[in-house]
Design a binder for this molecule. Structure first.
Ligand SMILES: [Zn+2]
Length: 101
């Protein structure tokens, strides 16, 4: 069990993986959830761009849903947390990406 836990928090370089979970709220993408390694992003805007790209990859066979994403993606934002807050947060915290205000 300990070994499994260690596998979850380390990568091949035995370095801590700085993952956080992001979840869409509002819109037809509500509850879309994805895990992002914070080492690959430098801002909240980067995080949102990663999420949008992943939705596009996941939904590539659903062009009408992607049309809806085109309309909504500019509205995606995270309330109350700046990038630094996300970096300092507990790994199990889930951040909600709002698309309805
Ligand atoms: Zn909002």
């Amino acid at each position: 069990m300990l070994l499994l836990n260690e596998l979850n928090i380390t990568n091949h370089n035995n370095k801590m993986v700085n993952n956080r979970t992001f979840c869409i709220s509002g819109s037809i993408f509500s509850r879309y959830k994805t895990v992002i390694n914070l080492d690959i992003v430098d801002s909240v805007e980067d995080i949102i761009n990663v999420i949008i790209k992943r939705i596009k990859d996941d939904m590539k066979n659903y062009p009408r849903i992607l049309l809806e994403l085109d309309r909504e993606e500019k509205k995606f934002h995270i309330h109350d947390y700046k990038f630094g807050d996300i970096l300092m947060s507990e790994p199990e915290q889930i951040f909600y990406v709002c698309s309805h205000c």
